[in-house]
Ligand binder design. Structure first.
Ligand code: ADP
Length: 505
């Protein structure tokens, strides 16, 4: 149940009171009206204060409506008071309004109905004011609690209001003090916003100075607003010094990291080079004693062939074979190592002529195996190094002829394909296809690493360095290698190099 509206009705005229009361009862339910006809009753009512609104006449036997109004507003400033009179003047009305009167109604036969309306309007107004005041308090509290500085400035660049965080950011105690500081050219900010199209808003990072001279970084967001037809700038000021410092630290860290990476890379390259030089000189120096071992074993075999028993000569033969294998391995290693180190000149090379030389070089191997090689002429020229291309093709062709199942005649096909390159001109892909034993797909990537062999030496002799030489050589010439194969289905190795015409342009 709602509590009744409690009212004081102050009028000496009983019939007027009755008429007003009737109208009030029509409008408000429940209603609790105290009729006041003397100063004693009024003082008691004021002392108790149990009323929500007052309707008073102006001319009373014992006082005037103005005095009553003053008295009530003195004790209860928010209490609505409506004056209902036929004796007041315009001056009285003005005076009463100044004192906080909510409405002034001239008495008349059809006017009683206006009293409850005036009371209701006044009550609603009071409620709205209360709500606004409450909101204002909450807003103020919020503004003072947030860590972001909030301010409002006018077109002249003067601060009109600001919250506590704003003052703290600038290190000042009051708005007046902030206005004496030259912390930012607010007038300039205003004119900049004026030239923007809606929403007239700007966000920028600024370096500011506190009142004690310390610098700090802030994110400043300003918006041009209109409040009661006046242009103002509303601003947010957020301290971003920590973030800025983190950015600087990160940049420094990145810079140091980059230098450290560069240093490490240089160290690694130097270590690698040392290692390569070491491997090179070892391979190189070991070849002489190895040749001696091989030579002496050969001499023993030849000179003592009559006297040696079968076992001893088989041992000597194995020494010779192993020494030979080691020698090949060292030659391969030297080639591989040299490939990594030497300066390489690239020039347009006629692949057909290189291939013809290669085939001539390995002719005895091929004849031995009764191999057939088909070259799909014409082959385009490539941009390469002649010596390296020769090594690459020798390794590919020797393998193509070598890795064939027993009893199968090796058949090799070589052809080329010109490919349109993206932006950088064409490339040429050379294919070497065989009818050999093929390579399982999961091993295909590994065979280009040094010493990777998929077969026993007894079945297919080798050092495991040939394809590593192929890959390194092709990479050094700016190309790529690959293989397409299936176990038992033959293999198709490819080498892709820049087209030869490129160098001629
Ligand atoms: P090597 O021929 O001395 O063994 P490579 O580096 O040339 O060494 O080749 C590595 C391995 O790749 C070979 O041992 C072989 O298992 C495999 N391979 C190379 N070429 C072929 C080929 N054409 N067909 C099948 N397997 C091959």
């Amino acid at each position: 149940m709602t509590s009744p509206l409690r009212m004081l009705l102050i009028d000496d005229n009983r019939s007027d009171r009755a008429l007003v009361l009737r109208e009030l009862q029509r409008e408000f339910d429940p209603l609790d009206v105290q009729e006041i006809t003397s100063s004693g009753e009024l003082n008691r009512a004021i002392a108790i204060g149990n009323f929500d609104a007052v309707v008073t006449d102006f001319q009373l036997r014992w006082t005037t409506g103005l005095d009553i109004l003053e008295l009530i507003k003195q004790h209860y400033p928010r209490c609505p008071v409506v004056m209902f009179t036929n004796t007041g003047t315009e001056e009285v009305a003005v005076e009463a309004m100044k004192l906080g009167l909510d409405d002034y109604i001239i008495k008349g036969p059809n006017r009683y109905i206006r009293v409850p309306i005036a009371v209701r309007n006044a009550l609603e107004r009071r409620e709205m004011q209360q709500r606004a005041a409450l909101l204002e308090i909450r807003l103020q509290r919020l503004l003072n609690q947030v860590k972001i500085g909030i301010f409002r400035s006018n077109a002249e660049g003067a601060l009109i209001e600001a919250n506590r965080a704003f003052l703290e950011l600038l290190g000042v105690g009051s708005l007046a003090e902030a206005n004496t500081m030259n912390w930012l050219d607010l007038r300039d900010g205003y004119s900049q916003l004026m030239h923007l199209s809606p929403p007239q808003q700007q966000e920028r990072e600024v370096s500011l100075q506190k009142s004690d001279g310390t610098q700090f970084w802030a994110l400043l967001t300003t918006t041009l607003n209109t409040v009661e037809a006046v242009s103002v700038v509303d601003g947010l000021l957020e301290d971003i010094s920590d973030r800025k410092q983190a950015e600087v630290d990160l940049q420094q860290l990145n810079a140091t990291l980059e230098t450290r990476v560069q240093e490490r890379t240089a160290e690694l390259e130097a270590a690698n080079q040392d290692l390569e030089e070491f491997a090179y000189s070892i391979s190189h120096d070991l070849r002489a004693p190895l040749r001696a071992i091989q030579g002496f074993a050969q001499i023993l075999l030849e000179d003592l062939s009559e006297t040696l028993d079968a076992n001893a000569s088989s041992v000597l033969q194995r020494i010779v074979a192993n020494a030979q294998h080691l020698n090949t391995l060292m030659i391969d290693l030297l080639t591989y190592s040299r490939l990594r180190r030497i300066e390489i000149d690239l020039e347009p090379i006629d692949v057909s002529s290189v291939l013809a030389e290669v085939i001539a070089q390995i002719n005895s191997d091929m004849q031995q195996q009764q191999a057939q090689i088909q070259v799909d002429e014409p082959l385009p020229s490539v941009r390469a190094n002649r010596l390296i291309l020769t090594q690459v093709l020798i390794n590919l062709l020797v393998n193509a002829v070598k890795f064939v199942a027993e009893g199968v005649q090796p058949q090799v096909r070589v052809w080329a394909e010109e490919r349109a390159g993206a932006g950088e001109g064409s490339t040429v892909r050379l294919y070497v296809e065989d009818n050999g034993i093929g390579i399982a797909s999961d091993r295909q990537q590994h065979i280009f690493s040094p010493f990777t062999r998929l077969h026993r030496d007894a079945d297919y002799p080798g050092t495991g360095v040939g394809l590593a030489i192929v890959r390194k050589g092709v990479e050094r010439m700016g190309g790529q290698v690959g293989v397409e194969s299936q176990l038992g289905q033959g293999s198709r190795f490819w080498v892709e190099l820049p087209g030869g015409e490129r160098a001629l342009r």
